[in-house]
Write a protein that binds this ligand. Structure first.
Ligand code: AMP
Ligand code: ZN
Length: 469
């Protein structure tokens, strides 16, 4: 089935065809590990996870690279201000390395809680200094970069066109309006590739220009090229990265090898809190930890994010989370009821299910339309017959949703199961060990009649109450 994605580069939806027929290469800008990731950051990671999962649903292998920025990202997102890592280190009285290790660990814990797949390649900026240096040297050699007393700058006037990804009004740019006046810069939009370190600067490396450190944009260009080549299929990130970081990544790649590094540029929109920005001063910066502390399964937030297309703003409210928690429970209940259900499916029922699956597939292939895809998930979850084939279909959908719909909550594990049920479960276990499947099914039905469901997992048999799991 054809896949269409919105491409920020062409400003329209286009048919997706990977460079290599079987494997899709994706680069995602990863976190700057100087503070806790918010649920806003996590929205962007969920969007990237859905992208991977949808491509896999379509049979592709994935080679996904995500960087960890642990140096060079300045407070301004441009060339001004302190390095975010150093600022945190100073404020928390730790070394930059301690800061990086701490927040990287927390970031991956959040990904795990959200059942977000880890990219095949995760790379740290500080471990790729040599590749970045070589990239900058090549840009100088090609005539795209120049040295000043403070940095090596990229000369945007050397490009045939700048910007190409965003709507920056370079022509009418008044120096000082957005970019501080730097008399040594040739053009207001020139940006730093490599920054000369002041005396006492904590993170610096030897270079042909003295002790210095990389600019944020060169990190992704160098690592993207190292792991995915000069051109790959998809580059992703949050919408805020379009006008500076991604625009400049493209500029660097064109300067180095004359190519735009990715064919598709996909950007996730922002999460709003009660209709506004998330900000420390408003006291509304929420972390995944806050959702867990209120007793919600973190996957509730993932399901909540499917209520909105990734290209639209999503408004976070606790009411929305509460509603999603109920929906997640209903979805998991439906899975359990179907797994132990024994209604016959007529030919007509089967045809309806095939059609729903096709609709789901079309929705996800249409620029990851998750709100529409969810409507088809619910058609299956609410199907008026209960049968293991329906559970299988839900599980197939869950390969995209990543909601662990076959998960049985610990509340259910703690239920007081009557001894008769436990005896039947034990007999069923023996029947299965002797491969007496008919007997095993008969016992499953008996257990179901007594109001319980059994599920065979890698760690053994799980039991839960019908209608409650
Ligand atoms: P930051 O930690 O602010 O540099 O953000 C890291 C990434 O998370 C950025 O590229 C943003 O695109 C993304 N991000 C930050 N805040 C939000 C938000 N409220 N909603 C969605 N994505 C966000
Ligand atoms: Zn990046």
């Amino acid at each position: 089935m054809e896949i269409y994605f919105y491409n920020t580069l062409t400003r329209k939806k286009g048919k997706f065809e990977p460079i290599n027929e079987k494997e899709v290469k994706i680069y995602s800008c990863g976190p700057t590990v100087y503070k806790d990731a918010t649920i806003g950051n996590m929205r962007t990671n969920i969007f990237q996870d859905v992208l991977r999962r949808v491509l896999k649903y379509n049979g592709y292998k994935i080679k996904h690279t995500m960087n960890i920025t642990d140096v060079g990202h300045l407070v301004s997102d441009g060339d001004k201000g302190e390095d975010k890592m150093l600022k945190s280190a100073r404020e928390e009285q730790k070394t930059p390395l301690q800061i990086a290790e701490h927040y990287t660990k927390l970031f991956f814990e959040d990904l795990k809680d959200l059942n977000i797949e880890t990219p095949e390649i995760v790379c740290k900026a500080t471990e790729h200094i040599q590749e970045m240096l070589e990239y900058v040297e090549k840009l100088i050699e090609n005539g795209y970069a120049y040295e000043t007393s403070t940095a090596i700058y990229f000369d945007v006037s050397k490009l045939d066109k700048y910007p190409i990804l965003s709507n920056l009004d370079v022509e009418n740019q008044k120096a000082g309006a957005r970019v501080d006046i730097d008399t040594e810069k040739r053009n207001p939009y020139d940006f730093a590739l490599w920054i000369k370190a002041p005396e006492n600067h904590l993170m610096k490396w030897d270079s042909p220009w003295g002790p210095s450190y990389p600019g944020w944009h060169i990190e992704c260009s160098a690592m993207g090229q190292k792991y995915l080549g000069e051109q790959f299929d998809i580059h992703t990130g949050g919408i805020d990265l379009i006008p500076t970081h991604h625009e400049n990544e493209i500029a660097q790649s064109k300067g180095k090898c004359g190519k735009v590094p990715a064919n598709f540029w996909m950007h996730g929109e922002y999460l709003l809190i009660n209709g506004g920005k998330m900000s420390k001063s408003l006291g509304n910066v929420y972390l995944l930890k806050d959702i867990k502390e209120r007793g919600y399964d973190p996957l509730t937030y993932k399901l909540f994010s499917y209520s909105c297309h990734y290209k639209n703003k999503l408004n976070f409210t606790w009411e929305g989370i509460e509603a999603s928690a109920k929906s997640l429970e209903r979805l998991r209940n439906s899975y359990q009821l179907n797994i132990s259900g024994n209604d016959n499916l007529t030919a007509e029922n089967k045809q309806v299910l095939v059609q729903i699956e096709e609709n789901f597939h079309k929705a996800i292939n249409d620029d990851l339309n998750m709100p529409l895809a969810m409507s088809f998930v619910w058609e299956v979850a609410k199907f008026d017959k209960k049968n293991p084939d329906i559970a299988k279909l839900l599980l197939k959908f869950d390969s995209v949703l990543g909601l662990k719909i076959d998960y049985i909550s610990s509340d259910n594990k703690n239920i007081n199961i009557p001894q008769e049920v436990l005896d039947l479960v034990e007999q069923r276990k023996l029947a299965r060990e002797s491969k007496d499947w008919a007997k095993s099914d008969e016992l499953r039905d008996l257990i179901s009649e007594m109001g319980y469901s059994v599920k065979d997992t890698k760690s053994g048999v799980e039991i839960c109450k019908n209608f409650s799991c």
